[in-house]
Design a protein around this ligand. Sequence first.
Ligand SMILES: Nc1nc2c(c(=O)[nH]1)N[C@H]1C(S)=C(S)[C@@H](COP(=O)(O)OP(=O)(O)OC[C@H]3O[C@@H](n4cnc5c(=O)[nH]c(N)nc54)[C@H](O)[C@@H]3O)O[C@H]1N2
Ligand SMILES: Nc1nc2c(c(=O)[nH]1)N[C@H]1C(S)=C(S)[C@@H](COP(=O)(O)OP(=O)(O)OC[C@H]3O[C@@H](n4cnc5c(=O)[nH]c(N)nc54)[C@H](O)[C@@H]3O)O[C@H]1N2
Ligand code: SF4
Ligand SMILES: [Mo]
Length: 739
Amino acid sequence: MSSPPSQSTPSEVRDSFCRFCHAACAIKVSVEGGRPVSVIGAKDNPVYHGYTCAKGRALPDQHLNPHRLLHTMKRGADGKHRPIPVEQAMEEVAAKISQIVEEHGPRSVALYTGTYSFPYPASAPMAVAWMTSLGSPMFFTSATIDQPGKMIAPALHGRWGGGPYHFDAADVWMLVGANPTIAKSIGIPCMNPAKRLHDALKRGLELIVIDPRRSETAKVATVHLQPKPGEDPTILAGMIRVILTENLADDAFLSAHTRGFEGLRAAVDPFRLDYVERRAGVPGAEVERAARIFAAHRNGGGNVGTGPNMAARGNLSEYLTLALNTLVGHWRREGERVPNPGVLMAAGRAKAQATPPYPGWGFGESMRVRNLTNTVAGLPTAALADEILLPGEGQVKALFSLGGNPMAAWPDQHKTLAAMNALELNVSLDIKMSATARLADYVIAPRLSLEVPGMTLATESLTPYAMGYAEPYAQYSPAVVDPPEGSDVIEEWEFFYGLAQRMKLPLSISAAYEWGPDTERPARTEIDMQNKPSNDSLFAALTQGSRISLDEVKKYPEGRIFEDPPAVVAAGDPDSNARMELADPRMIAELAEVAAEPIERDTEFAYRLVSRRLPDVHNSAGRDLPQLLRKYSYNPAFMNPVDLDHLGLAPGDVVEITSSHASILGVVEAEEAIRIGVVSMAHAFGDAPGGDQDKDVYTFGSNTGRLSSVDRDFDPYSGIPLMSAIPVNVERALDSALG
Ligand SMILES: Nc1nc2c(c(=O)[nH]1)N[C@H]1C(S)=C(S)[C@@H](COP(=O)(O)OP(=O)(O)OC[C@H]3O[C@@H](n4cnc5c(=O)[nH]c(N)nc54)[C@H](O)[C@@H]3O)O[C@H]1N2
Ligand SMILES: Nc1nc2c(c(=O)[nH]1)N[C@H]1C(S)=C(S)[C@@H](COP(=O)(O)OP(=O)(O)OC[C@H]3O[C@@H](n4cnc5c(=O)[nH]c(N)nc54)[C@H](O)[C@@H]3O)O[C@H]1N2
Ligand code: SF4
Ligand SMILES: [Mo]
């Protein structure tokens, strides 16, 4: 265990970084009497320059929240949860798992890691090490219900060893269904992205945004295409067609490093501007303008966010965006600077050379439903509820949710509820009695971020996705406070270590992240199963082979840019004839299916419900902090005022939103920025079906995941179902529906 922080003097200020989201903002925490009392941004930090958002400033409230779990809870025969010592919980869970594995085999044990495994470097690696030692391959993450196309499309297209250009120096940028200004996620380095965007526009960046909502990011765009939801493949294919017919492609790059050009040209032929305009509902001339701007600068990039990944054909939207980048040569060339060669990760060896396509699925463990297999994005989480419900060899009987909330976040909430109720053992590691925790047999109460050491390795690992550090920056933070007095909390990794000790299972972990195709995998580290390791020794194992040693990073508790002799993209191997693929047959076939579809589909549904993020919450986290509920405690159903008028509704009215699968209640709110015919609503709100708070839409909101069906309109590889651009009808709710 880490050594506890020394007793603090009144109002001591300590350096740390926020872990409420993946942006890892550098903060100064004021500590009084051992308790965190306030958080401000670290003004002198060279990357964050003092930025924080309301969530970061609410960290003290989160730590001291009276609803925070300070003891492990066990559900009794009466269904009520009562505190038990965590050591006893580990004894009981270890014994129960041993029994389940004996009866049903190791595949009957599944692990799901969600959002809050990310901030704790050792938590997921230790949980996976335990699963591996147990012999279970059933390890799922939220990645396959997020942006699975982001991993699958590069497998079909291949990668460029020189890496993508960086936002901060780019001349053109495109964001397809991403809103980094609010989400601090895909598309712009997540350290104060609004300021980065402002600075970039000031120096002349041309920004293209494709979004059915004039989002905070779209508002400042050079071109904003505001289409019908779910029409991204059509628009992107239309843009490719413009680039090809106007000969705007980078021919030299294409002939040296790609194949499939003619196949792609034929496939996009049906996507003429007049067709794109009629189908996607955006002016053809604007699509043409966007394509010309995108092709006009070599130093640029395009990224896809959750919107298109959750609408139909997310892999295709990601693939066509990769193809667009490749066509116009948006890749770093030999001799160009690599702004971040890695700090806590191994030094990147960027090389001006293609990596050919590689298998994106069809390996590893197979699901027993829908012909799904393991993928480069991980096992299909949308199939996990079926794996729990479907009897037979391999049926999942025990589930561990690590920093995740299946009841709030998985698609098809009715099926998720049935699955939770079918489990023999349901264990949740959570800081509160979440919708999932309330159904769990054991809820393990963990330490919170300021009570544990941390390092920015995970944020650094996002660098290739245009959201990690644009500079070689890193920070290590010791624990800055002790857990509240009288609490019995442990770190998530200690729980899995404790199970392994009791079950006599050896554990080993390896450095957590790869940088590029050439990075060597460091050796695994065996964990001492007699003497519990320290966080620092685990962090050292996870950063083996890093460019800068963890010890060096620790010397600068306020965070630092670790400059390097300028790293540049090396020359490609002259013997290499590796090529990126512009015409993967599966993607070309999907594009042909798109072209063959009638323009008007699902005509019995008048609206399309799209996903979005709200500023003051992070998925289902933050909703229990009064400090963060400044505007809404629920998730409004935002609609264009024209639609509200048409339906005879006023802001605050309750509606019933019905998909082909289920219906939910929603409180409407007017937002002019939303395209007519679209309902924009955040996810992970609401209670479980039939839960105490299920009908209390004005306080808790409602769960949009309920509208999705995992066995209809799903991606054949990742299994992600329609979670955005969902056809729905909207009508005033009857009083009886409000319960
Ligand atoms: N319909 C629809 N569904 C979606 C999405 C959508 O846009 N629309 N988005 C999808 C996406 S992108 C994602 S990533 C998933 C998210 O899926 P999940 O990660 O499963 O969902 P979260 O709500 O983020 O769950 C986080 C849980 O961690 C708990 N927690 C908070 N802090 C800590 C901590 O410090 N330690 C521990 N152990 N637990 C903590 C919270 O209380 C919460 O219960 O949801 C997906 N589901
Ligand atoms: N404040 C806050 N920040 C968050 C989160 C949060 O809950 N709150 N969640 C975090 C998580 S888990 C993730 S994965 C990231 C996600 O980060 P982003 O992907 O940037 O997520 P959003 O902000 O929802 O932006 C998605 C945009 O897609 C648009 N959209 C919806 N459907 C379509 C479509 O069919 N086509 C197109 N072109 N656009 C569409 C929506 O209108 C929305 O503006 O954010 C992270 N950051
Ligand atoms: S942007 Fe993310 S990391 Fe930064 S203060 Fe807000 S929640 Fe914390
Ligand atoms: Mo996500």
